[in-house]
Design a protein around this ligand. Structure first.
Ligand code: FES
Length: 104
């Protein structure tokens, strides 16, 4: 997949998202400033991103852990916020736009 990532300064760039990566790993491995301090276990919220609201809707329910963390995260938005470590690669997610959330 090739996705568009908007950094915290608002600049877009194109990034490759390999099948074996979660979205968090794709961002981190492409040197975006994502702490991902818990390593992808849905317990830190430092991998918080915004997706397009229709993409979030298509992805379906967030886990309870994810919702709890997101609700306390800086800049939480019910329609667009996700923990990027909880998003597995999928063909249907080609060409999405991912916006980095403010730093915790
Ligand atoms: Fe910690 Fe995603 S990396 S919640």
């Amino acid at each position: 997949n090739t996705i568009t990532v908007i950094d915290r300064e608002g600049s877009p760039s194109q990034v490759k998202w390999e099948p074996e990566q979660t979205l968090m790993e794709a961002l981190r491995d492409n040197d975006f400033p994502l702490l991902a301090s818990c390593g992808g276990t849905a317990s830190c919220a430092t991998c918080h991103v915004y997706l397009e609201s229709q993409v979030v809707a298509e992805l379906g329910e967030r886990s309870e852990d994810e919702i709890e963390l997101l609700e306390e995260a800086e800049g939480f938005d019910a329609k667009t916020s996700r923990l990027s470590c909880q998003i597995a690669h999928a063909q249907s997610l080609d060409a999405i736009t991912v916006t980095l959330a403010p730093e915790e």
